[in-house]
Design a protein around this ligand. Structure first.
Ligand SMILES: Nc1nc2c(ncn2[C@@H]2O[C@H](COP(=O)(O)OP(=O)(O)O)[C@@H](O)[C@H]2O)c(=O)[nH]1
Ligand SMILES: [Mg+2]
Length: 306
């Protein structure tokens, strides 16, 4: 199956409403300001946020398209093209993460967004590409979280550094980085706790993790990736806001785009934070993590066939 087909199948639920809406709005009608307002509302309802929707509408108005164009497919193609151009600068491949000799990657995000699952998938990706990998189970908040990462480590056959539930997360992170450096491991992925009940503690915990990593090697961590669950819609934006106060983010991974998530949130997040999208999650299995491709994403989101 081609990557575009994977995007299409993955984004099917997101795209259905949007493409139906487009069809209703643009079929057999001249493009006047009423039509464009409906178009803008449709974009907002797919979680693009008001700003992005207004911008796309504005772009649309300046498209050199025949205002009498009544083939909604043609219009969709034009919108997808424009969207893809806008999103192109946010593409970043997972392979780019492994450029440092030993790359330490801290994975953050609120509870349940898919951090541990995503770490498992990234681990598989790098293993498949002949890289050595170690996981660090620095989400020590619950025993189940450590066990879950252990399961992934066993499944994709990578090393794991872990400690008892309730132990110091920074200490696990430190040991993971130390192990990776000493054994010249290519990629160290550090899982973290995402609970937000106590923001201050979480903030301090992250700062501590980052600081101890720097003690192992001043270039660590090489990446700080935040995982976002697309189903949370506009809330995801608030989460990036919170987490970027704690530490400097270098990229995002957006999960669960295969569910009823409204994919438009990807546009909103990209625009607002200007952070690359390292990968997207299109399912729960180990091969459901994919590189973000602006063109495929835009076309699949709008329900285009090719
Ligand atoms: N459908 C779907 N489910 C996902 C995806 N990524 C993660 N999940 C599921 O989301 C749930 C929470 O994932 P988990 O990795 O435990 O989240 P964490 O709390 O951030 O570590 C699990 O049931 C995962 O299988 C995805 O891309 N698509
Ligand atoms: Mg977890």
């Amino acid at each position: 199956m081609s990557l575009f087909e994977k995007f299409k199948i993955g984004l099917e639920k997101s795209s259905t409403d949007l493409s139906k809406g487009f069809k209703n709005i643009f079929s057999k009608r001249k493009i006047d300001s009423e039509v464009l307002s409906e178009f803008e509302d449709l974009l907002i309802s797919s979680d693009t946020g008001i700003e992005v929707a207004q911008e796309i509408r504005k772009n649309f108005e300046t498209f050199k398209i025949d205002k009498n164009l009544n083939d909604h497919k043609e219009i969709l193609k034009l919108v997808a093209e424009k969207m893809a151009i806008d999103l192109l600068k946010y593409e970043k491949d997972l392979t780019k993460l492994g450029n440092a000799h030993t790359a330490v990657i801290v994975v953050s995000g609120v509870n349940g967004v898919g951090k541990t699952t995503t770490i498992g998938k990234i681990g598989k990706f790098f293993k498949d590409n002949n890289k050595s990998v170690v996981f660090g189970a620095a989400d020590t908040f619950r025993a189940a979280a450590i066990d879950q990462l252990q399961l992934w480590a066993t499944k994709v056959r990578v090393d794991i550094i872990k400690s008892k539930a309730g132990s110091d997360p920074a200490s696990v992170a430190f040991k993971t980085a130390e192990f990776a450096k000493k054994n010249k491991i290519d990629i160290a992925l550090i899982d973290t706790a995402g609970r937000l009940q106590n923001k201050k503690n979480l903030m301090e915990e992250y700062k501590k993790i980052i600081n101890v990593l720097k003690k192992v090697d001043s270039t660590f961590p090489n990446e700080t990736i935040m995982v976002l669950d697309a189903t949370t819609g506009q809330n995801a934006i608030g989460q990036v806001e919170e987490f970027s106060k704690i530490h400097n983010l270098t990229g995002l991974i957006i999960t669960k785009l295969d569910t009823t998530a409204k994919g438009g949130v990807v546009l909103a997040i990209c625009k607002k934070y200007n952070l690359p999208i390292v990968a997207i999650g299109l399912g729960e299995k180990d091969n459901d993590l994919h590189p973000f491709r602006a063109e495929f994403f835009a076309k699949a989101l709008l329900g285009l066939e090719s």
